[in-house]
Design a protein around this ligand. Sequence first.
Ligand SMILES: Nc1ncnc2c1ncn2[C@@H]1O[C@H](COP(=O)(O)OP(=O)(O)O)[C@@H](O)[C@H]1O
Ligand SMILES: [Mg+2]
Length: 250
Amino acid sequence: MALFELRGIRKQFGDNEVLRGLDLDIRRGEFLTICGESGCGKSLVLKSLIGLMQPDEGTITFDGEDLSRASEAQWVTVRQRIGMLFQESALFDSQTVLDNIAYGLREQRVLDEATIRERVKESLHLVSLPGIEDMWPGDLSGGMRKRVALARAVAMRPEVVLYDEPTEGLDPINVTRVNRLLLGLREELEITTVVVTHNMKSAFDTSDRLAFVHEGVVAITGSPAYFRELKDERFVDFERASKVDPFAES
Ligand SMILES: Nc1ncnc2c1ncn2[C@@H]1O[C@H](COP(=O)(O)OP(=O)(O)O)[C@@H](O)[C@H]1O
Ligand SMILES: [Mg+2]
């Protein structure tokens, strides 16, 4: 049984049929990259996994539990097992790095403050930014903000982390650094890793498996080696376009 099983997911906004019966398995412990052109519904798929988007149709199971009709209380429990890095990093600018990373842990009301500070310290260490607890988000470079957001996503030691465009807007050196961090966090914390990106170089460099979203469904899945040899024109066209995309990360 896969950790997440999505079946027949449909989502429409007005006339815009975005997801049209999408099926996807996310296996325990894997590094899965969801790719596809801008606007194809990648962020929506991630949001559906933590209950921030309700599909019009379809079912989602997590660790065998059907979440399709989950109550808000059930989602709260599920979300404690899942970390998420949002597309915009979304740090709170009026809070220090410490408070940003500690936010979810404090909400949980499980750990005492000393343990939380220790966890924040470890998390900053994991993203190679030791000792910056007292800095403010406004004082950080784009690359550092991303890494603080990564530290926050893993601070609760989740079983799964969902990263939405983790390298978007970064220069090539920071792209490589963030990709290494994602791999390192997966190794160190044994987390199932789901990344959304349109940067195919990153996808090939990091993933165990890719899922290519096209016309509202997962059209193709396979290993990076499989995709590299693929002649399917839906993917070839997308990959070619992503290489000339001025907004692509590298
Ligand atoms: N809340 C919303 N209201 C209306 N349209 C939306 C909303 N959220 C997403 N969409 C539309 O759904 C499509 C897919 O969005 P998204 O998942 O963000 O794409 P991607 O992450 O692949 O770029 C886009 O056309 C977007 O405009
Ligand atoms: Mg998106």
